[in-house]
Design a protein around this ligand. Structure first.
Ligand code: ADP
Ligand code: MG
Length: 404
C-alpha cells in the first residue's frame, strides 16, 4: 500500500494544518447519539497537537443544501471533540468567512479550531469542478498543509476531499491508514470461509457490490431492506416492503452466477412483518414465501429478519474466519425490529478470525444495542467508502493521497 503519511509533510510545529475529518455523527435534538466518528478522529488530531501544529478541523454534517442551516451545525461536535481531546477546542461560526479567518489567524501552536459545516457552502459538493476548486482554494488559504482523514467520504469527489488535497502538500491521517489496513486484509487473501452480510436500506447502492464480491466470498447473507428484492427475484410477493423492482433481473443474474461459482447466497426463510412503520405496530413472524398471508395482507411491511433466519445467519457467521457486515438486518431503531441485528452482531463478536462492521448506521446499531467497539475486529467509519473499496473501485479521495 502506498499512501503519503503525515511524516511526509515534514516538521509541522507552528504550521497551519487543515484536517478533513468525517465528523458526520447522528444527532437527536442537538445531542450526539453515537460519537464513534468523533472518537475515531482523535489519534490524528492528538499527533498533530503533540507536534505543535495549528490544527484546523473541517467536516460535513448531514445534508444541508449548500447554505447555513442551524440544525446541521458542528458546534455540538466541536464541544464533544474538546471533551475527548481534553483541551479547549475553538469553533468558528462560518467555514471560510470572517469568523473563520479571524480565528485561524489567532490560532496558537498546538491549538485546535473546528470550522463550521463544509456543506454550508455550495462549492463543497458542487458537480461543477470550477466551483469545487474555488471553494477548495478558499480553504487552502488557511492551510500550510492538509491531512485527509475522513474515511467515510473518500469515495466522493468533493472540494475538501479531492481538490483541496491537490492545492497544498497533503497526506493521509491515521484513521484512513488504519481503515485501509483492514480493508486490505478483506481483499488480499482473506482467510476462509469468508462471509459477507449485507442489509440496510440503500439497496441499489449495495447491490452493485455483489457482482464484485461473488468471485471472492464463500457466502453472502442477505438481510435488511434488500432481502425483499431477492425474495421477489425468487418469485415471492413481499407486500409493501422495501423493493427495487427495476433490480429484480440483476438480482436473478447474481443468483445464477452464485450457483455457478458455488457461492451460497443465503436468503431469509422468515421475516418479521408489521402492519405499519412504527414501534407500536402490530407484527407477526411470517415465512419468507408467505409475507402477504399475514392479517395485514399486501399492506404488510417486512421490517426485520425472523428468528429462524437470525439463527441460521449466526451459525454461518460463527463458522467463518473472515466476516464483513454492512447494513442493519432490520429497522433496529424501533425496538420490536432490532432482534435480527442484535443476533447477527452477537455472532460477529464470536468470530474466531477477522470480523468487520462497516457503515454509519451499522456502527451506530451495534453501539446502540450495547456492544463495545473492541468486541469486533474493526468497526469502519465508512459504509459507502468501504463497499466501494471492496468493489475494487478507484476512490478519488485516496488517489489524491498517492494510493494505487
Ligand atoms: P449503513 O449506514 O450501515 O450502510 P444503510 O444506510 O444502508 O446502512 O441502512 C440503514 C437503515 O436501514 C437503518 O436506518 C434501518 O432502519 C434500515 N432498514 C433495515 N432493514 C430495513 C427494512 N426491512 N425496511 C426498511 N428499512 C430497513
Ligand atoms: Mg446509512
Amino acid at each position: 500500500m502506498t499512501l503519503r503519511t503525515i511524516d511526509s509533510l515534514g516538521p509541522l510545529a507552528g504550521k497551519r494544518v487543515v484536517v478533513r475529518c468525517d465528523l458526520n455523527v447522528p444527532l437527536r435534538d442537538g445531542v450526539i447519539t453515537d460519537d464513534g466518528r468523533v472518537r475515531a478522529s482523535v489519534p490524528t488530531l492528538t499527533t498533530l497537537v503533540a507536534q505543535g501544529a495549528r490544527v484546523i478541523v473541517v467536516s460535513h454534517l448531514g445534508r444541508p443544501d449548500g447554505a447555513p442551516d442551524a440544525k446541521y451545525s458542528l458546534a455540538p461536535v466541536a464541544a464533544k471533540l474538546g471533551e475527548l481531546l481534553d483541551r479547549s477546542v475553538g469553533f468558528a461560526a462560518d467555514t471560510v468567512g470572517s469568523d473563520a479567518a479571524a480565528k485561524v489567524a489567532a490560532l496558537g501552536d498546538g491549538e485546535v479550531l473546528v470550522l463550521e459545516n463544509l456543506r454550508f457552502n455550495a462549492g463543497e459538493t458542487s458537480k461543477n469542478e470550477a466551483e469545487r476548486t474555488a471553494f477548495a482554494g478558499e480553504l487552502a488559504e488557511f492551510a500550510d498543509a492538509v491531512v485527509s482523514d475522513g474515511f467515510g467520504v473518500v469515495h466522493r469527489k468533493q472540494a475538501s476531499v479531492y481538490e483541496l488535497e491537490q492545492l497544498r502538500p497533503s497526506a493521509a491521517g491515521l484513521l484512513i491508514a488504519a481503515e485501509l489496513d483492514v480493508l486490505d486484509r478483506l481483499t488480499e487473501n482473506p482467510e476462509r470461509p469468508y462471509a459477507v452480510v449485507l442489509g440496510g436500506s440503500k439497496v441499489s447502492d449495495k447491490l452493485g457490490v455483489i457482482a464484485h464480491l461473488l468471485p471472492r466470498v464463500d457466502a453472502l447473507l442477505i438481510g435488511g431492506g434488500m432481502l425483499f428484492t431477492f425474495l421477489a427475484a425468487t418469485g415471492h410477493k413481499v407486500g409493501s416492503s422495501l423493493l427495487e423492482s427495476d433490480q429484480i433481473e440483476t438480482v436473478q443474474g447474481y443468483l445464477t452466477e452464485a450457483a455457478e461459482r458455488g457461492v451460497d447466497i443465503v436468503l431469509p426463510t422468515d421475516v418479521v412483518v408489521a402492519a405499519s412503520f412504527s414501534a407500536d405496530a402490530d407484527h407477526v413472524v411470517a415465512a419468507a414465501d408467505s409475507i402477504e398471508a399475514t392479517p395485514f395482507g399486501a399492506s404488510g411491511l417486512g421490517l426485520d429478519i425472523g428468528p429462524e433466519t437470525a439463527t441460521a445467519f449466526a451459525d454461518r457467521i460463527r463458522g467463518s474466519k473472515t466476516v464483513f457486515w454492512n447494513g442493519p438486518m432490520g429497522v433496529f431503531e424501533l425496538a420490536p425490529f432490532a432482534a435480527g441485528t442484535r443476533v447477527v452482531a452477537e455472532a460477529l463478536t464470536e468470530v474466531d478470525g477477522l470480523s468487520v462492521v462497516g457503515g454509519g448506521d451499522s456502527a451506530a446499531a451495534v453501539r446502540q444495542l450495547g456492544f463495545e467497539d473492541d468486541q469486533f475486529g474493526h468497526i469502519s467509519t465508512g459504509g459507502g467508502a468501504s463497499l466501494e473499496f471492496l468493489e475494487g473501485k478507484k476512490l478519488p479521495g485516496l488517489e489524491v493521497l498517492g494510493w494505487q
